[in-house]
Design a binder for this molecule. Structure first.
Ligand code: NCD
Length: 438
């Protein structure tokens, strides 16, 4: 497995920063206002779309973006028509397709797939949806749609509703909204909540606080009387300390998701949370933008479409413009750069840590070792570098001193990233020749 210190391309909303987002919002307006200025920008460039899962909006809006920029498009719209159906690995697919194109746009059912593609492709890669994990360009257009309605993100409250565990659009958006200082209200359907380790990472990364709220609609949506709120630092309100579980007073936006049956989500449709027109009269939703990545099912009936709060067709409409800005930043940095994304390390394989515990991780579908990366400052966490699942690291060795320490001890925190050697158990470290560092 070839390892880059940093993955080239756009793989995760975790790589966004506010400078990048704000510059992107401006660039999208610029392109939309004067499209003719950009129509030759990708002349002579070939962009390959490799979609191993169904897609309407993402693939066609990327293709539309390439056409509007004067580039050429290669497309595999169905894995059955490619050598994937003959058992070709992602690594080989990536090597081959990147010899034919200047940039790859890849969708795949496994968590972390685009990061594997990026390690073998000689050209930048954009993640167009990898399993349940992420869909970063969807988040960009979701944020762009909000930015056009809101003068400011900070202090807003957004509900994320439905199939949180399987929805890559909701996971990516949670990260993007937290970055913009938005308060998140989590409204999963019964049994469809995301993993606590993902939420813990959001909380730690953004210094958020977890609290609870109640509202009669929450009960109807989730089957439970109260919902969790992840609140950014600085938004904590005085009155909240008076009541243990205060009422939820308003939502500025509600992000609905579809039940992802293809990822084995299964509850009775009647129990899956959604909007019915009568709910729109509730004061909670008075100024609430209704969002959805689409395609929708029963959770968002067409009767809602004419309501001025419906934002989902605007989200979809922005797709090509947002993707044009991304393509320009990746292929024409000379003329239309955007601030650098925060790099995502490729990680290092460590067989001693065992297989990734996420059954949907690309390490299993590709039969490759689990690379690790480390996040966090004073509370370090070790993650599968491909699917971001928490790895069981209880001890950390220092490669230069050959001493091993408990993972959260002050001595372990001080080990510089390039000297870190993670272990599951102390005995494994001792067997590897490390001395107990206390
Ligand atoms: C989503 C996806 O594929 O992740 N759609 C999209 O890209 N607009 C959401 C979904 O399929 O439910």
């Amino acid at each position: 497995m070839r390892l880059h210190p940093v993955l080239e391309g756009l793989h995760s909303a975790e790589t966004f920063n506010t400078e990048f987002l704000e510059a992107l919002f401006r660039r999208v307006r610029e392109i939309e206002a004067r499209p003719a200025e950009f129509q030759e920008a990708l002349r002579g460039r070939v962009i390959a779309h490799f979609f191993e899962e169904p897609s309407t909006r993402t693939r066609l809006s990327f293709e539309s973006a390439v056409h509007r920029l004067g580039g050429a498009v290669l497309t595999v719209a169905d894995a059955k028509s490619s050598s994937t159906s003959k058992g070709e690995t992602l690594a080989d697919g990536a090597r081959i397709v990147s010899a034919y194109a200047d940039l790859l746009i890849w969708r795949h059912p496994s968590d972390g797939a685009s990061r594997v593609v990026a390690q073998y492709a000689g050209v930048p890669v954009i993640n167009a949806g990898d399993g349940r994990l992420g869909h970063p360009t969807q988040t960009l257009l979701d944020l762009c749609a909000l930015e056009r309605r809101w003068p400011d993100f900070a202090g807003r409250t957004v509900g994320l509703m439905g199939d949180l565990v399987h929805s890559r659009t909701a996971r990516s958006l949670a990260w993007g909204l937290a970055l913009m200082g938005v308060r998140l209200v989590l409204l999963p359907g019964p049994g469809l909540d995301w993993e606590s380790s993902f939420e813990r990472r959001l909380i730690d990364h953004f210094g958020m606080r977890l609290r609870w709220v109640r509202h009669p609609l929450i009960q109807r949506w989730t089957g439970s009387a109260e919902a969790r709120v992840l609140e950014p630092k600085g938004l904590i309100q005085g009155h909240l300390f008076q009541e243990e579980v205060p009422p939820l007073e308003r939502l500025d936006a509600l992000y609905l998701t579809r039940m992802q049956r293809e990822r084995h989500a299964e509850i009775k449709p009647a129990a899956f949370p959604g909007i019915v027109p009568e709910m729109l009269r509730d004061p909670l939703l008075q100024d609430c933008l209704l969002m959805h990545a689409l395609p929708r099912r029963e959770e968002l009936p067409p009767e809602v479409d004419s309501d001025p709060r419906a934002l989902y067709f605007e989200q979809a409409r922005l797709g090509p413009w947002v993707r044009m800005a991304v393509l320009l930043a990746m292929l024409r940095e000379d003329a239309w750069p955007l601030p650098e994304l925060t790099p995502l390390p490729a990680g290092q394989p460590e067989p001693g840590l065992g297989p990734c515990s996420n059954a949907h991780c690309v390490t299993h579908s590709e039969g490759i070792p689990t690379p690790w990366r480390v996040v966090g400052g004073h509370r370090r966490q070790f993650l599968c570098a491909l699917c971001d699942t928490l790895l069981p690291v209880d001890y950390v060795g220092c490669r230069s001193t050959q001493r091993v320490h408990p993972a959260h001890s002050p001595a372990a925190i001080q080990i510089s990233p390039e000297n870190i050697q993670p272990f599951r158990q102390r005995e494994e470290a001792l067997a590897a020749g490390y001395a107990w560092g206390g």
